[in-house]
Design a protein around this ligand. Structure first.
Ligand code: RP5
Length: 166
């Protein structure tokens, strides 16, 4: 399979104020050559726009959603309610409780409609989890993902072998 040119991952944030965190997911996907879309569509302020975005996504080529929100973070669950594509939730850090509110809102999905939740602010891991899902059906992407992981391991081994600490 060749590199995809249409977006495979749909990233949706509750607000543009979430973009500084979620741009790290965009960068990680770019590193692994996975095209994505980045949107800000609030589940409570613009639900009809959100439903339209979800309804059209699979036909455009989206295979995994990443949904990021802070506070009473219902966006990932609402996205999951309207699709059977995998949804990865990213709890956005908040000033109120450092993002624990976001984490609990996203991770505590009642049974029947799952959201795979990553750490507070875990944009990079959300991207990597999306890549792992896509790589199941894409051998070339699997090779790039394995190379990324190998390079990560090598860099730690190199740092350690160059370290003066004994
Ligand atoms: C959530 O409320 C968003 O995901 C954002 O994290 C938080 C704050 O939103 P704004 O104050 O930027 O509208 O809906």
């Amino acid at each position: 399979m060749t590199e995809a040119t249409t977006a495979r991952v749909g990233i949706v944030c509750g607000s543009r104020s979430d973009f500084p965190v979620m741009e790290r997911a965009v960068e990680m996907l770019a590193k692994l050559k996975v095209p994505c879309e980045l949107h800000a569509i609030s589940a409570h302020r613009a639900p009809d726009l959100l439903f339209g975005f979800i309804a059209g996504a699979e036909a455009r080529g989206i295979r995994v959603f990443i949904a990021a929100a802070g506070g009473a973070a219902h966006l990932p669950g609402v996205v999951a309610s309207k699709t059977i594509l995998p949804v990865i939730g990213v709890p956005i850090p908040t000033q109120v409780s450092g993002g624990l509110d976001s984490l609990l809102s996203i991770v505590q999905m009642p049974k029947g409609v799952p959201v795979a939740t990553v750490a507070i602010g875990g944009a990079e891991n959300a991207a990597l989890l999306a890549v792992e899902i896509l790589a199941l059906g894409d051998p070339a992407l699997r090779t790039r993902l394995q190379a990324y992981r190998d390079a990560q391991t090598r860099s730690i081994e190199d740092d350690e072998s160059n370290s003066n600490l004994r």
